[in-house]
Design a protein around this ligand. Sequence first.
Ligand code: SAH
Length: 394
Amino acid sequence: MTKYPVLRLKPGKEKSLERRHPWVFSGALTEEIRKTEEGTIVEINDINGRYLGTGYVQHGSIAVRIISFEKRDIDTLFWKDTIGKAFQLRQRLGYTDSATTNCYRLMHGEGDGVPGLIIDYYAGTAVIQCHTSGIYLHLDTIAEALKSVLGKELKAIYDKSKETLHGAVSEAQNGLIWGEAADGLVMENGFKFHVDWVSGQKTGFFLDQRDNRALLGRYSKSKSVLNTFAYTGGFSVYALANGALKVDSVDVSKNAIETLRKNMELNSNGAQNFESYAEDTFQFFKRDNTLYDIVILDPPAFAKNISARHNAIMGYKRLNMEGMKKVSPGGLLFTFSCSQVVDAETFQQTVYSAALESGRDVKILHRLTQPADHPVSIYHPEGEYLKGLVLYVD
Ligand code: SAH
C-alpha cells in the first residue's frame, strides 16, 4: 500500500467524516493546509491517529475532499471500481441500453463518491469536467478507467475542464483526449438534439432537466408556451413535439439560439409555430406583453457561493414576479433554481414572496428536482442542487 501523507483533525472535528460527509474544512485541520501541495492525496486521521478517509488537497475553505472512506490506493483500480459502480447504477436505472435516450450523466461529483468530477455521456462520447486540480491530476487514469468500464460503447473522450478549473491549472486546454470526434447528435426520450461540447455551455447539454422536460411535454398540448433561459431548446422541443399551439424561446446567447433553431427543426415535423429570440429575458419581458398558457424560467445559478446568496434570492424574486405576470389566468409556471446555496425551502419562500406581490392565486402542483443519473449522496444533501416548482397561476 502506498503511504500517503497524514493530516490530523483537531479534537472534536471528526464528527463530519464519521457521518461520511466528504468535505474537510481548513479550520478543522491541525496543520496549515498550504504546507501541502494542491492535489496531494492525503489520509485524514482524528487527533488520536484513527483513520477516517482518503482525499485530495485543495487550497481553499474546503481543504480536503474525501474520495474514499476505506484505506486504499488511489490508482487505476480505484478509478475502475469507482467509475464501474457509477456505470452499474446507470445500467440498473436503464440509461445504458435505452432505445429512446442515449445520453446521461455517468459521474455526478459527491453523488458518485468523487467530489470535483463530472462525466457526461453523449452517444459514445464521454465529456469529462474536472472542477478541481486534484481531480485533473488523475485525468489520464480516469480516461483509462472509462475505456475499461464502457468498453466498445465508448468512441471518444473529450476533456472540458479548462473553465471549471478557474485557472488553477494554467496549462489545461479543452480537447479530445482519445478517439474520434463525433457530430454530437443525441437522443433524449426519443427527441433529437445537437450537443456541442466544444463551444456549448457546461458539458454541452443540461441533462439534469430531462424528467422535467418530459413533465412539461405532458401539459403542452394546444398550449402557448414561453421558454426563457432556453439554451438549446430542451423544454421548447418537448413542448412543440407534444402539440403546443406555439412555442417562443428566449436566451441571451446567440450560439445557443442558433442550436435551438436546429433542434426545433429536427423535431418539428415541418411545423413552423415557433419563434426564438437571442435576448435578455428581462428585456423580453419589458417589450413583449403577450400572455402564455405556460411559462418556463430556468436561469443559470444566480449564486455560485454563499456570499452571493442574498442577491441571488432577490434576483429569483424579481424574475418570478415578472414571470408570473406573463402567465395567463389558469396557466402554469415552471420555475427553477440550480444554485446549490439556495435550498428548496428558501427557493419556495422566494417564490412565495413573488406570488404574494403578484396578487395572483398560486398553487404548487409539482416539486421538481434532478433526475436519477444525478444522484444525491444521503451523506451530502448539498448535492441536491436543482429545485423546481410547477405552479398553477390563476
Ligand atoms: N433550460 C435549458 C438550460 C438553461 S441554462 C435547458 O433545458 O437546456 C441557462 C441559460 O440561460 C443559458 O443558456 C444562458 O445563455 C442563459 N442566460 C443567462 N442569462 C440570461 C439572461 N439574462 N437572459 C436570457 N438568457 C440568459
